[in-house]
Design a protein around this ligand. Structure first.
Ligand code: ADP
Ligand code: MG
Length: 672
């Protein structure tokens, strides 16, 4: 008969400093299918070493080994793991079950590494468990079972992948005599059913109950004699089945990640995750605040008149002024406005204005105000509206009427002063001010309208040269020009305001305006072009460095979180070294182990990222409401945060995962 295991000159030498320990020193052995081979020998004679080599958990330092005529020399890790999974079932003295898994899951473990779906695994495990008398313990965990029950679970696990060879290293060593007998009976039955069994034992009585007994001493076989049992004439020989060469499924990988990575140590996992949660949420929240405040500034500028372009006269004085006039520029004028309107079709509404310093008196009270002469669509361009009264009309212009419109704050001040002075005519509404006479530079003017209050936070808009319309007093430009005296050479206008149809035209219109004014002003640059929105954008650009810095600082905590994950994973690898050995023994490849630990690390980081996003959303919504900022989430940043947390798990998980994968299975199994 062809032997199922063929060994010749097998050696396993350990280098211990200078000298070499020969745990196995040239073993020749043929095991026939259907054999029940007993291995005996004093402690340290090399029995376990031989078993580990037979189980493909260890690599010999010399000699030849074949299983089912397949040579083991030059097999890579994946191939060895596959063969181990297919041909070999391990039963250990210490049972070596996974404490976190229940009976069913422990039994089904070898099939996990063959990609067998969970329901099939469970059905098979249940069947085997019932056969071995564990039918009423399916959901129990190893801690809740007796020694005999534990060994039955281990035997069921050894059988589930239908191997032809069972390796049992002192399977009864930790059991009492009655239980020992029961377990031995199971093994005898398995031999009856055709399994080839190789068993290490210390018990001289048991040693003779096999078909054959070999004795090891100092790594050599010193005796090989037949036992009481007849070899099974109809042995099971497992045909190599390359077709089923599947590995750990994604589903199982995820299951392991969640179970071992998240749920096994909840507090520890949560604390580790906290770094990622804080990192991700601060990256998102910080960027949201920054975007929100930028948007608020832009909104405020729009509130003061969207798409505004201002042409501001430089208001030269003395020699500069004379020089400008001599060179042929008359300064900013209503003719300029007409020329620009004609030349630039993108302009919607337009207005012009001129400021005048006048003493403002109301009921003997001095009022601090800016007096502006206006013409055109001033209210519309500046997004102002009236809360009472009427705007200026054609009549005001033709007659140069002494009419004024008051800014919101001015109106309030006048009201308060009048009420303080006990003037009965005024109640508490600004409306009552319409029709009142005020003195501008000593001349009486009639209030015809009151502007709506503008809620503007000017501090934030400093850079944009915008002034507060609440403090303005408006009169018709024509009135200003005809009723007041001024320096002859002075420009007609202080400012032209243009409203473009869309925000996109701002820069292009700016260039066109310069071209037109360049001609009418004979190339003299006696005006400034001010585009509030552009100024704001420039200011925001200059804040970008700060934004990037904030982003970097908050992303550091993601990195710190990653280090936390790495730390905990390294501890976990050390803590679970025995688990690694067990998984390897039932057929997990190095790659499977690596994927398992990586999936745990990534489960932690991805979950952390997820909660980080939720936390950020809560913080942003609450804080933005308190600070009256618009709520802005940037989708790209959200994606970056999620990708960053995933990458963190991957990057910081890979080292511990490799550490786990590179653990020597034999040493891992020996670890306490
Ligand atoms: P046993 O027959 O008791 O199962 P083992 O096979 O466990 O014996 O060990 C055989 C010999 O090999 C012993 O002398 C042991 O000290 C030695 N040995 C086993 N593993 C190692 C190792 N990793 N490094 C060095 N020596 C080892
Ligand atoms: Mg041993």
């Amino acid at each position: 008969m062809k032997s199922i295991i063929h060994i010749s000159g097998l050696e396993r030498h350990y280098k211990m400093g200078d000298h070499i320990v020969a745990a196995l020193d040239g073993v020749d052995l043929e095991v026939n299918p259907g054999d029940f081979l007993m291995i005996v020998g004093s402690s340290g004679s090399g029995k376990s070493t031989l078993m580990h080599l037979l189980g493909l958990l260890d690599i010999p330092t010399g000699g030849v080994m074949e299983i089912n005529s397949q040579s083991m020399t030059n097999c890579n890790d994946a191939a060895l793991s596959f063969l181990r999974n297919e041909h070999i079932g391990f039963v250990f003295q210490q049972f070596n079950l996974l404490n976190d898994l229940n009976v069913i899951e422990n039994i089904g473990l070898p099939l996990v590494y063959r990609g067998v779906p969970k329901n099939i695994r469970q059905a098979k495990a249940k069947e085997l468990a019932s056969k071995l008398g564990l039918g009423n313990r399916l959901r129990h965990h190893p801690k809740e079972l007796s020694g005999g029950q534990l060994q039955r679970v281990a035997i069921a696990r050894a059988l589930i992948a239908e191997p032809d060879i069972i390796l049992a290293d002192e399977p009864t060593g930790n059991l009492d005599s009655t239980t020992s007998k029961e377990i031995m009976q199971i093994l005898y039955d398995l031999n009856e059913q055709g399994h080839t069994i190789i068993m290490v034992t210390h018990d001289p009585k048991l040693a003779n109950t096999g078909t054959r007994k070999i004795t090891l001493s100092d790594g050599k076989i010193i005796e090989d004699c037949p036992g009481q049992r007849k070899p099974n004439p109809n042995p099971i020989i497992r045909e190599p089945n390359v077709a089923t060469k599947k590995t750990l499924s994604l589903m199982d990988l995820l299951r392991i990640g969640v179970k071992e990575g998240l749920l096994a140590h909840q507090m520890r996992t949560f604390l580790t995750m906290l770094g990622i949660i804080i990192g991700v949420s601060s990256v998102i929240a910080m960027s949201s605040f920054s975007l929100g405040s930028k948007q608020k500034q832009a909104d405020q500028i729009r509130a003061l008149g969207a798409n505004l372009v201002r042409i501001v006269d430089k208001q030269f004085e003395t020699e500069r002024l004379v020089d400008t006039r001599v060179r042929g520029s008359l300064g900013l004028s209503r003719n300029d406005l007409a020329a620009i309107r004609e030349g630039i079709p993108e302009i919607g509404k337009a207005a012009c204005l001129r400021e005048i310093k006048l003493n403002v008196l109301h009921e003997h009270n001095q009022i601090n105000a800016r007096v502006l002469g206006i013409e055109g669509d001033y209210l519309a361009v500046n997004n102002l509206s009236l809360q009472a009264g009427r705007p200026f009309d054609e009549g005001d212009k033709i007659q140069s009427s002494p009419s004024v419109i008051l800014g919101g704050t001015i109106a309030k001040t006048m009201l308060r002063q009048a009420i303080d002075a006990g003037t009965k005519a005024f109640k508490n509404t600004p409306k009552d001010l319409v029709g009142t006479i005020i003195l501008l530079g000593g001349s009486p003017f009639r209030v015809v309208g009151i502007l709506e209050d503008k809620q503007i936070d000017l501090d934030e808009l400093e850079a944009t040269s915008i002034s507060d319309p609440n403090n303005d007093i408006l009169i018709p430009l024509e009135t200003l020009l005809t009723r007041t005296s001024f320096l002859d050479l002075r420009s007609e206008l202080d400012e032209i305001q243009l409203q473009l149809k869309t925000e996109d035209d701002l820069a292009r219109a700016g260039r066109a305006i310069k071209a037109i004014l360049g001609m009418s002003h004979s190339g003299v640059a006696d005006y400034d072009l001010v585009i509030p929105m552009d100024l704001l954008k420039q200011k925001q650009q200059s804040q970008r460095l700060l934004d990037i810095l904030t982003f970097c600082i908050s992303s550091i905590s993601i990195v710190v979180g990653g280090i936390g994950i790495m730390n905990i994973m390294l501890a976990s690898v050390t803590e679970r070294i025995r688990e690694i050995g067990i998984r390897r023994a039932v057929g997990a490849t190095r790659f499977d182990i690596m994927r398992q630990f990586l999936s745990e690390a990534m489960t932690i980081s991805v979950t952390g990222g997820f909660f980080g996003v939720i936390l950020a959303a809560i913080v942003v919504v609450i804080t933005c409401q308190l600070l009256e900022l618009p709520i802005v989430f940037s989708l790209p940043l959200l994606l970056i945060a999620v990708i960053a947390s995933t990458a963190t798990g991957l990057i910081f998980g890979i080292y511990p995962a490799c550490q786990a994968a590179n653990k020597n299975p034999v040493e891992a199994l020996r670890a306490d």
